[in-house]
Design a protein around this ligand. Structure first.
Ligand code: ADP
Ligand code: MG
Length: 693
């Protein structure tokens, strides 16, 4: 692949992926048929073909330079895990052969004791297993064959983020098909959730990054005064790509294309040093795996270019943080996008039923959507007027709103009458206006033929929001299917249901500016939940409503729900604890000494020269350093005073005490920083990090 740059991407796209074309050309007809039935029709995998698939996969991987294989899985952290095994097995004559059996392909057993299990197993009973997910293609990367897998415990409970996604994909397929059949569709055989994530990230200089322990250990700056220039001119947004950035992006695109990932759009984002990458949508499960690879590749390629890709939701305060827009829809195997309104949306009963199902699901289970994107990082964004508020609502736009109004009021719908825009320049094309403008402030926006869920954080594994969305929509579809199946006049019943669902859930629809205080008040009047932080969001997992939807749709069982609850709370407290300990370390060893060192220097100057400027600055710096010292002690005390009663009380304690103490210390540090000479401040400041890329 040395010449990749000169080759056109179609020549190497997917070159390192064990995709269907490879399977077809290398497997026996029978094995290919069996495997395809599992991948597409959800038929249980017939393990009799596993040996053949494994052997073919190994041969192919060896040709791509692989020496090892790994079961790649997604434990309850936000990153992936892998344990590499070489293909080699010793032979009697002291040599080795390269082996890979069907058993090794299908099942793995990493030592699971160090992965979060939320009480599902004790450390002594550490057994955890990985099971091959053949619906997401295997691939070769860094001389290793990567096999996507689900991760579960000895007792059979799942311990990861992929398994619930796979279960939710099945649930959505099952319930959506029931609805389609009841509506008279006999041709579609499968419904897939389609997902296209847009990933935001920051790129900063690696040398500077390595000078900041907070960035290295927590992914964000725990302090840093505002630079003279921020994002106020918005001159970064869609700006020209600088050469260094552009070289990084080119290599990233190439690496992703080789892995069959359709990196499509890249541009500069609003904040300095912030960028975005969108890939073309895939089935949800593949999209989630691909997004994990995108994040990993970003980091890897950045390193080669002397850069660091920051995926944290809020690396810098004072400028925008990073999110991930999840474009989501449902498509049939025969090419129908179920959220495509078509030319006559008001007459398109399939569209209206699925739309109504999404509206009800989002309204009824808003707390679970909020939970699916909850993280310590996202707590800095949601509701901070740079991202949607923590209140879940739906934007539908003018045209759909008019249709919804006519459904609710029973009055006829007068079509939109699309307007053509004449730009008044003969050489510019005449453009048909879109049916609606965009609304950038909405957490859940209809964008023509899909929804865009905008609350997700940039570091989030999208499996969580995707499985939540799939599950809640599947649940509502199953209720709709139940009604339709009973009715003798299906059309009339569908019409009645659409009206009923939209009427009773229209409170969740809001087309205005979600960033305003008026909306927060209006939402409260409408009774929409406003869950302000992660700890409160996690509590929602144990409600009756949440247990019902996850267990009824067979996405999580009771034990799995409880273990996730524990894990999420533990992760929260641990993350904040690491931030606090990092801050304490830096304040003790770098920041306070710097402030005191400057004070000593000023005292010296004042004594030697009698300068009034030195005297007054000394007084200021001393006072600010004292303040810093005091806040530092308070943070140390807050961390030490935590009593661990249970996971919830600990997380709540961190939220209410430690986070606050960190904010206070930050304010003190940020007040000193602008006064201390550049050569005495021990770490790079915001203008270095944001503008010296
Ligand atoms: P926009 O300009 O509204 O952001 P784009 O066409 O650029 O829309 O698409 C943004 C993302 O939405 C891309 O990842 C794209 O692949 C994805 N997308 C488009 N159609 C669908 C769909 N039917 N289901 C899921 N994602 C989709
Ligand atoms: Mg978009």
């Amino acid at each position: 692949m040395e010449n990749a740059k000169c080759l056109s991407p179609d020549a190497y796209f997917g070159e390192y992926v064990f995709n269907e074309a490879v399977m077809k050309s290398r497997l026996s007809k029978t094995a290919f048929k069996v495997l395809k039935a599992t991948i597409h029709a959800g038929v249980p995998l017939d393990s009799s073909v596993a040996d053949e698939v494994a052997s073919v996969m190994k041969e192919w991987a060896l040709e791509k330079g692989a020496t090892h294989f790994t079961h790649w899985f997604q434990p309850m952290t936000n990153i992936t895990a892998e344990k590499h095994d070489a293909f080699i097995s010793p032979t009697a004559d002291g040599k080795v052969i390269l082996e890979f059996s069907g058993k090794e392909l299908i099942k793995g057993e990493p030592d699971a004791s160090s992965f979060p299990s939320g009480g599902l197993r004790e450390t002594a009973a550490a057994r955890g297993y990985t099971a091959w997910d053949c619906t997401s293609p295997a691939f070769v990367k860094e001389s290793t064959l990567y096999i996507p897998t689900a991760f579960f415990s000895y007792t059979g409970e799942i311990l990861d983020k992929k398994a619930p996604l796979l279960r939710s994909v099945e649930a959505l397929n099952r319930e959506a098909l029931r609805v389609l059949r009841a509506l008279g569709n006999c041709t579609s055989e499968k419904v897939t959730a389609t997902v296209g994530p847009e990933q935001e990230y920051f790129l900063i200089n690696r040398e500077l990054y390595e000078k900041r322990l907070d960035l290295m250990l927590t992914g964000r700056t725990l302090f840093g005064a505002r630079p003279p220039k921020g994002q106020e001119l918005e001159d970064q947004y869609f700006g020209r790509l600088r050469l260094k950035i552009s070289a990084f992006m080119r290599e990233l695109d190439t690496e992703l294309w080789k892995l069959g990932i359709t990196a499509k759009t890249k541009h500069n984002e609003v904040a300095p040093a912030q960028h975005e990458l969108a890939i073309i949508f895939d089935p949800a499960n593949i999209a989630a795996d691909h997004n994990l690879l995108v994040m990993e590749m970003m980091k890897r390629v950045a390193k080669k270019h002397g850069l660091v890709a920051l995926l944290h939701e809020k690396p810098f305060s004072g400028v925008n943080g990073s999110g991930k827009h999840i474009n989501w829809s449902m498509a049939t195997d025969d090419g129908i996008n179920l959220l495509d309104p078509g030319p006559e949306p008001s007459e398109n009963m399939t569209f209206l039923v699925f739309l109504a199902a999404v509206i009800k699901a989002v309204d009824k289970y808003a707390e679970l959507l909020r939970l699916s994107v909850a993280s310590t990082g996202n707590d800095h964004r949601l509701g901070a007027n740079e991202a949607p508020p923590a209140i879940v609502s739906i934007f539908v736009g003018e045209e759909l709103q008019a249709i919804i109004d006519s459904i609710v009021s029973g009055k006829p719908y007068a079509g939109p009458g699309r307007v053509k825009t004449n730009l008044g320049v003969a050489t510019l094309p005449i453009i048909t206006e879109d049916s609606t403008d965009r609304n950038r402030t909405s957490p859940f926006a209809f964008t023509g033929n899909k929804f865009e869920f905008r609350m997700c954080g940039s570091s989030n594994n999208i499996a969580e929001p995707c499985f939540t969305l799939n599950t809640i929509v599947a649940m509502v579809l199953s209720e709709i299917a139940g009604e339709l199946e009973k009715a003798s006049d299906k059309k009339a019943e569908a019409k009645r249901l659409v009206k009923e669902l939209i009427t009773s859930h229209q409170r969740v629809i809001f087309n205005g500016n979600n960033y305003t205080q008026e909306w927060v008040e209006e939402a409260a009047r409408r009774g929409l939940p406003n869950i302000s932080n992660t700890v409160l969001a996690i509590k929602e997992l144990l409600t009756e409503k949440s247990r019902e939807v996850f267990t009824r749709m067979k996405v999580l069982n009771e034990k799995e729900i409880e273990s996730r609850y524990e894990i999420l709370l533990e992760n929260y407290a641990k993350t904040i604890n690491i931030e606090a300990m990092t801050f304490i370390d830096m304040a003790n060893r770098q920041l306070l000494p710097a402030a005191l060192g400057y004070a000593a220097r000023l005292a010296d100057i004042a004594e030697k020269t009698g300068s009034a400027a030195a005297e007054s600055r000394l007084a200021r710096v001393t006072a600010l350093a004292d303040e810093m010292g005091e806040k530092l002690c308070e943070l140390e005390r807050a961390v030490a005073a935590c009593e661990h009663k249970n996971a919830y009380s600990t997380a709540l304690y961190y939220r209410e005490n430690v986070v606050k103490a960190m904010e206070a210390l930050r304010a003190a540090v940020d007040a000193v920083e602008p006064l201390v000479p550049a050569d005495m401040w021990p770490v790079p400041v915001y203008s270095d990090l944001l503008f010296r890329v």
